[in-house]
Design a protein around this ligand. Structure first.
Ligand code: BGC
Length: 339
């Protein structure tokens, strides 16, 4: 065989082997996804979890690929979550979907994933930029906190412009509000608080802060705070601005106990109980992330990592890393006085 012919044959063999490799990736018939939740009892996270489970089944049916979702609850402990990551890797997970407990402390999980070559899709609690920049197989799915906040403020601005008497309930020319804030370390809390209030000011609503406090996203903590405030500032509060629906519902629980029906309460998330409160008029409005898209982005991105396939174009990634879920304002149908 001439030297030229031998070279051609060798090149053909290399090509053939590469194609076989690619075909093997394509032919993968099952994927295993390790999912760790920062707290399984968080209402919003639970909503996303349910939709994610549906999306995994849908993906299985549509693509004829067996999807195993191993979902674990880290119960608020970063240490537990680090161990879960370790276990997922030893079980041979193709990809991890992590809702970090401590978003400032994702480095241990990233180290383990990088060493094992297992890509990670983080969601809802955004790791710091330095961590995200460490590897090109780290992704984040969430909502743009500033956009959420501007939409939350805007719903009150719109109502005030249409019917000021429905916002300035006592007609004294000032809208007195209290503020319920989420965890201090969460990227969403600070930004939501800042931009929601700024939007109210920019939109010309004459607001005055009565008081505020941190209720860590929790209904019971918010309910206790609101009860104190109702006692300390009787007949004063007209608006409750809450960083999420669960705390808004906690405020409504306190209003119910005090027999107060006329006060505007606004939340964020569009959780199942939040939407019920909206429906029956106890909550004025919320900003809802599209949970279908949120969960299918997690599923599609995880599957594309596991199968080595392109991500469908309906999930554009900013800088090849971040997917921002669309969100919308939902308000109680009539804008009428609470029942
Ligand atoms: C949601 C909260 C939730 C928190 C958990 C926030 O984006 O609005 O309801 O408790 O994420 O990380």
């Amino acid at each position: 065989m001439s030297g030229k012919k031998f070279l051609l044959l060798a090149a053909a063999c290399v090509l053939l082997t590469a194609c076989e490799g690619a075909q093997k990736e394509d032919e993968k018939t099952s994927i295993r996804i390790g999912v760790s939740l920062y707290r399984g009892d968080d209402t919003f996270i639970n909503n996303i979890r349910s939709v994610l489970e549906e999306k995994a089944k849908e993906y299985e049916r549509q693509n004829n690929i067996k999807v195993t979702l191993d979902i674990q609850d880290a119960k608020g402990s970063q240490n537990t979550q680090n161990n879960q990551v370790e276990r997922f890797i030893s079980l041979g997970c193709d990809v991890l979907c992590i809702n970090p407990v401590d978003r400032m402390d994702a480095s241990v999980m990233i180290d383990r994933a990088m060493t094992a070559g297992v890509p990670v899709v983080f969601f809802n609690r955004q790791p710091v930029e330095e961590d995200m920049a460490r590897w090109d197989r780290l992704y984040y799915i969430g909502v743009d906190a500033k956009e959420t906040a501007v939409l939350q403020g805007q719903m009150v601005v719109d109502l005030y412009r249409k019917r000021p008497e429905d916002v300035d309930l006592n007609g004294d020319g000032v809208v007195s509000y209290v503020l319920l804030e989420g965890e201090t370390s969460h990227q969403d809390s600070l930004i939501r608080t800042e931009w929601s209030i700024q939007t109210l000011k920019d939109g010309g609503v004459p607001i005055e802060k009565i008081t505020g406090g941190i209720a860590n996203w929790e209904r019971s903590q918010a309910s206790a705070l609101m009860e104190q405030w109702l006692g300390a500032y009787p007949d004063t509060i007209e608006l409750v601005v809450s960083n999420n629906d669960d705390m808004a519902l906690g405020a409504i629980d306190a209003l119910d106990r005090a027999g107060i029906t006329r006060m505007n309460v606004i939340g964020i998330d569009g959780t199942t109980p939040g939407l019920e409160a909206l429906e029956n008029g106890r909550m004025l409005g919320t900003v809802s992330a599209n949970k279908e898209l949120y969960a299918s982005a997690i599923m599609e991105l995880a599957a594309s990592c596991a199968l080595g396939k392109e991500l469908p174009p309906e999930y554009p990634l900013e800088n090849g890393t971040y997917y921002w879920t669309p969100q919308e304002i939902l308000v109680h149908g009539t804008f009428k006085e609470n029942p």
